[in-house]
Design a protein around this ligand. Structure first.
Ligand code: ADP
Ligand code: MG
Length: 678
């Protein structure tokens, strides 16, 4: 017996597999598989009237087809109509192409016209076999996103079949009127099969009512899905951890400073979440240096005061260990027992740490991913803090959900997320924002210096260190290879040792053994090292207030978030801090734009916003994004107003018409994954 096709018409398994690659698993997916763009095949331009730069369709007869070998292998055609001759080149082709282009056969070619070596030509035009009596389409031709082995024509036919059935409206008519939105069915049909006279530029405009409707529906589905997952979480119960003000109050007394108003507010919000009988999922956002660690420590203590354990996780060993070294002694004085777990720790040490955690002899565990992997071994885990959460994968975060009562989670991020992104991708989380820096910080001066002036920079480093300061020297980033990165770090170190005699110079990089890494960091902290040569491992969290100068080599290779994070390592004391960005010329346009942003802005939120403009949301969200469906129709930069309306309607929809919500989400996400949700 054949397996039933999930489509309303028969689809061969091989084809179904290709469709699945595009996320197309049923009719309604096909219907929502919208064109990337449209092409005008309604007209034929005589070859004699073609102009370079124009995109056009010609109908012409093959005069000659041959394979040329210079400058490289390609298929070249000479085609003609009554008005002239046109050259055509295919750089990628199959033997079947050569066979199809028999002299005398007639084709339609559609592509961009260029002024070639021997007259006008098209490179890689789309083509179909056509006689004079083959009818021309009356409307624009949709061009769909597709995958290898699935041609436009086949895909177009499948979509046409799916469109043969009427499309149900998902939203009540009165809402559509209220929001000024077009109908779903007519919007979808218009985009797939533009009526005669519908212009390309109108369809391509985001403001087209059909595109607005689809973008709105997509955003609404996302908001509904996130809101539902958030509601579901709020309906689950877990152990409440009320504020007992024993350890927390004692800890605040040990601090050499007052909490800033923003820290106090964030702390209060977190404390209230912990006290509630539902699992907390709160994102604590605050720019680099805004003092998130103290707030996280307070949260951990609230768990410990309730007889529970807390896990404090960081994405790098340096950072995890720094948290441990800084906090553990203070906490020990309050009777709180800490353990330290890392992947590269000696086995015996690590086993001892886990024994303490499992027996409940440790109240607080600091560590890296290693904590995720064995999180089930906590005896009574009440809270998980994930520092720099954007560095962790989604899967890793979920692995913690394994056993026992669901722990509360506090995620921290110094990668500020523009409001639209936060609203759309983190709508399932609660968010606290620390929007002020502790007092007494002097702003960081950023200097852009061409690598040709490296000597001046060396002199500056020497002077700063001789005057009792400390500095970082960040090695060029080599993304492609760990080995090369190591080599570069060692070379940079060797060169600097030679060029800066008399300075105490240390080197830290990702390949260093944990113990060695720790001793270098401790030496830098204790000012036994003047200049720390480092790879981007120091990007997150490292906190040495006496270091007020940072040099970043090949800054043009780094992303904005990374530069902002790195720069945030200085400017932590009262001394005026300087960050020198050395760059190599010539600069690419993107690199130039990035350096300009980092030079002009110090506010992380503004930098993130600029980053979003330069790169688009996918990359910016990094890990959070992996495995989550991207928005296909909406654009988070430009559709802010639409997003706000979708969010409001989602709330109302869940309240007033839950069945509409369910139908809408099913239509949009039925065979896909939900957006977010943790
Ligand atoms: P981040 O938010 O980047 O993780 P940290 O928690 O590392 O920042 O804090 C940066 C520095 O600011 C630390 O040295 C910390 O001790 C200090 N700090 C934190 N809160 C305050 C405050 N309210 N007043 C003064 N210094 C503070
Ligand atoms: Mg931090």
């Amino acid at each position: 017996m054949k397996a039933a096709s999930p489509f309303s018409f028969p689809v061969r398994p091989a084809l179904a597999a290709k469709l699945a690659k595009l996320g197309l698993k049923r009719d309604s997916d096909l219907i929502l598989h919208l064109p990337l763009r449209w092409e005008d095949e309604t007209r034929i331009t005589p070859i004699g009237e073609l102009l370079p730069g124009q995109t056009a369709q010609v109908q012409a007869c093959v005069r000659e087809a041959k394979v040329a070998y210079r400058p490289r292998r390609m298929l070249t055609l000479t085609v003609e109509d009554d008005s002239g001759v046109l050259g055509i080149r295919f750089l990628h082709f199959y033997p079947s192409h050569l066979k199809a282009f028999q002299a005398g056969e007639r084709f339609r070619f559609n592509g961009e016209v260029r002024g070639g070596f021997l007259g006008l030509e098209m490179v890689h035009p789309r083509f179909v076999k056509a006689d004079d009596d083959t009818p021309l389409p009356t409307g624009l031709t949709p061009v769909y996103p597709t995958t290898a082995g699935l041609g436009q024509t086949s895909l177009r036919k499948l979509i046409e079949r799916a469109l043969a059935t009427p499309i149900d409206e998902t939203l009540p008519r009165e809402w559509l009127e209220e929001l000024g939105l077009a109908e779903l069915e007519s919007s979808i049909r218009l985009l797939h099969q533009p009526p005669p006279g519908c212009a390309q530029h109108a369809l391509e405009s985001r403001a087209h009512p059909a595109r607005q409707r689809l973008a709105f529906d997509e955003l609404l589905a996302q908001q509904l899905s996130l809101a539902t997952s958030r509601q579901a979480r709020k309906a689950r119960t877990t152990l409440p951890l009320p504020h007992r003000r024993r350890l927390t109050a004692a800890f605040i007394e040990t601090l050499a400073f007052e909490l800033t108003a923003a820290q106090a507010r964030a702390w209060q919000e977190i404390g209230a979440d912990l006290a509630a009988p539902h699992p907390m999922r709160r994102l604590l956002q605050g720019d680099v240096g805004s003092g998130k660690t103290v707030v996280a420590a307070l949260a951990c203590l609230q768990a410990v005061e309730n007889g529970m354990q807390a896990a404090f996780m960081a994405p790098t060993e340096i950072l995890a260990e720094q948290h441990y070294r800084k906090l553990a002694p203070t906490l020990a004085a309050l009777g709180v027992r800490s353990a330290w777990v890392s992947g590269s720790q000696r086995r015996a040490e690590r086993e001892a740490a886990w024994r303490a955690i499992a027996a409940g002899d440790a109240d607080l565990a600091f560590g890296t991913h290693a904590l995720f992997q064995e999180a089930g071994n906590f005896s009574r885990l009440g809270l998980v803090v994930v520092d720099e959460q954007h560095r962790f994968g989604v899967g890793q975060r979920l692995a913690l959900m394994g056993k026992g009562a669901e722990p509360h989670q506090l995620m921290m991020s110094a990668t500020p997320i523009p409001r639209t992104l936060a609203m759309s991708f983190f709508a399932d989380l609660d968010v606290s924002i620390i929007d002020e820096l502790p007092p007494g910080r002097t702003p960081i001066v950023t200097k852009l210096v061409s690598a040709a002036r490296r000597d001046e920079v060396l002199a500056r480093v020497r002077d700063a260190c001789v005057a009792g300061g400390q500095a970082y020297w960040v090695c060029p980033l080599i993304e492609e290879s760990d080995k090369l990165q190591l080599q570069t770090a060692e070379d940079t170190y060797a060169t600097l040792v030679e060029q800066l005699p008399g300075l105490r110079i240390g080197l830290v990089h990702g390949r260093l053994k944990a113990d060695d890494k720790q001793s270098v960091m401790a030496a830098f902290q204790a000012h036994q090292i003047d200049l720390l040569v480092a790879t981007t491992v120091i990007e997150v969290g490292v906190d040495v207030p006496n270091a007020a100068l940072m040099v970043i080599e090949h800054a043009e290779r780094m992303g904005l978030a990374q530069l902002h994070q790195l720069r945030g390592r200085v400017g932590r004391g009262a001394r005026e801090s300087v960050c020198v960005l050395l760059y190599e010329t010539p600069l690419s346009e993107l690199a130039r734009a990035r350096l300009k942003v980092i030079f002009e802005h110090s506010d992380g939120f503004e930098i993130a916003r600029q980053d979003l403009l330069l790169r688009g949301p996918g990359e910016l969200l990094g890990q959070r994004q992996s495995g989550l469906p991207m928005l296909r129709f909406a654009d988070l930069e430009r559709d802010v107003a639409l997003l706000e309306r979708a969010r409001d309607l989602a709330q109302r929809c869940l309240r007033e018409r839950p069945e509409v919500a369910a139908r809408h989400v099913e239509r949009w996400l039925g065979s896909r994954q939900a957006y977010g949700g943790s």
